[in-house]
Design a protein around this ligand. Structure first.
Ligand code: SF4
Length: 491
């Protein structure tokens, strides 16, 4: 059940767009929609994956961010060079909390920043020699690394450096994979193309490179695809898959290694969590190696149980029995969490605005706690993401694609949710309005949120955000008119 009727939600969209000039209004109208369960394909009601309008605030990242920040960066035993000026590398370093096991700077490198630190002369004379020298230095200083990726930033594509040639030569010299990734930030309309480019680089430079090497197969080999181990998510998921009796051969790419990636074409089933960032490589493995992939959702017990049974159905009775036993084992823990938090959270309304899979995947976890998602949208989703979202949210729920700062604030002011789940750029705006916000990109420095262990933390975090006494001392802007002058000054 949405808080507004279809007509009311349509009227809300029209009213909020009223301030825009005609051209902007026409464009933005296409990105805002009222959910309709009768629609088969979202392209009939919402437009996505288009260029953001200049002048209206967007919170998208660039293609480099999609490749280096999301897909490649968490592969822990490789060194990922941010090739270009230092800033992109510095700002994309360690922000996503991709936890890993290892000794940083010795055999794992996830939180370090390697950059070719481009200067003006490199722009004028080219940076190929500098890149080659940097790879030589890396080999001397960090001999235990298992490979290098070259993540190109904007200037590299603009000046036309041949990173492929440098990488090939360097790879032969150091006898390790050196992968050039053409993820210059200006490509595409958001980080989404960076995910695709990163997947293509894995396809072209990694997947077939262990052919002929020994691999002992089991009937239960699976790979986790599209889990970045934010706050330990992949670990909380892996525990469940292993309890089901499956052997997790690879984690892509949180706490993952290049050897795991190379072995993935040998698994029986790819398990895809973040569809947006890794559907390309999953499809490729299906087409080329005949490995099916299955989407799953490990947020909240309802979706976990649904997903585990779906995964188990792919295997034999041994796995099905173990899965049921696992579900039964965790049920009392889940019942306890729900008994504790549901009475405190029941009926609370949430608006989401996130990237990747979260605008739809976390809905079930909120529902397990009795909460309702009344608006949701993607920063860089495509229509296949909205196709999946239509089924997850109630009819007449507000959907917003690449929403502008103005629109989101207005929607929040009018729908008055109890909580917003979004990113760091929205966090302080809404908190200053007196609305609790959980940062749903990196779990607000908490987590994991995946799996049964993650749900316990998710429930606690939502409760502490909502129950914080600070909100009673803040007056949202739309209430200020009704507040006496003296109190307004305090607020
Ligand atoms: S858009 Fe270009 S300059 Fe900006 S962060 Fe991305 S790669 Fe770097």
């Amino acid at each position: 059940m949405a808080v507004l009727t279809r007509d009311e939600t349509e009227a809300l969209i029209a009213e909020v767009l009223e301030v825009y000039p005609d051209k902007a209004k026409k464009d933005r109208t296409k990105h805002l929609a009222v959910n309709d369960h009768d629609v088969e394909q979202s392209k009939k009601c919402i437009t996505s994956n288009r260029k953001s309008l200049p002048g209206v605030m967007t919170i998208r990242g660039c293609a480099y961010a999609g490749s280096k920040g999301v897909v490649w960066g968490p592969i822990k035993d490789m060194i990922h060079i941010s090739h270009g000026p230092v800033g992109c590398g510095q700002y994309s370093r360690a922000g996503r909390r991709n936890y890993y096991v290892g000794t940083t700077g010795v055999d794992t490198f996830g939180t370090m920043n390697f950059t070719s630190d481009f200067q003006e002369k490199d722009i004028v004379f080219g940076g190929d020699k500098k890149l080659a020298k940097l790879i030589e230095e890396i080999e001397t200083l960090f001999p235990l690394h298992k490979g290098i990726s070259v993540q190109s930033e904007c200037p590299i594509g603009l000046i036309g450096d041949d990173i492929e040639a440098v990488s090939k030569k360097a790879s032969a010299a150091i006898d390790k994979p050196v992968v050039p990734v053409r993820c210059e930030g200006f490509r595409g309309v958001s980080q989404s193309l960076g995910h695709h480019i990163a997947n293509d680089a894995i396809r072209d430079w990694v997947l077939d490179k262990r052919d002929g090497q020994e691999y002992e197969s089991t009937p239960y080999d699976v790979a986790i695809i599209g889990d970045y181990n934010i706050g330990g998510d992949a670990w909380a998921s892996r525990i469940l898959l292993e309890e089901m009796g499956l052997r997790v051969v690879a984690q892509w790419s949180g706490d993952g290694t290049i050897a795991e990636m190379m072995n993935t074409p040998k698994v029986k089933l790819n398990l895809l969590h973040c569809y947006r960032s890794m559907n390309y490589i999953s499809r490729h493995m299906e087409e080329k190696y005949g490995i099916p992939y299955m989407e799953y959702n490990f947020f909240g017990p309802t979706k976990i149980i649904e997903s585990c049974r779906k995964i188990a159905a792919f295997f034999d009775d041994t796995i099905k029995e173990k899965t049921e036993a696992m579900i039964a084992r965790y049920q009392p823990m889940m019942d306890e969490i729900i008994a504790k938090y549901r009475p405190r959270l029941e009926g609370k309304k949430v608006m989401l605005y996130v990237g990747g899979l979260r605008p739809r995947h976390v809905i079930g976890a909120y529902e397990d706690l009795g909460m309702e998602v009344i608006g949701t949208g993607y920063e860089f989703g495509h229509n296949d993401d909205y196709d999946r979202t239509i089924k997850e949210v109630g009819d007449a729920t507000l959907l917003y694609d690449d929403v502008t700062g103005f629109e989101l604030e207005e929607f929040v002011k009018r729908l008055k949710p109890d909580m917003v789940g979004s990113g760091i750029k929205e966090k302080y705006i809404f908190q200053k309005m007196g609305i609790p916000l959980r940062q749903m990109h990196s779990w607000d420095y908490s987590g994991p949120y995946h799996g049964y262990d993650g749900f316990a933390i998710f429930a606690r975090d939502m409760d502490i955000a909502l129950a914080n006494p600070v909100w009673d001392n803040m007056v949202p802007p739309w209430k200020k008119a009704a507040v006496p002058d003296e109190l307004q000054k305090v607020a």
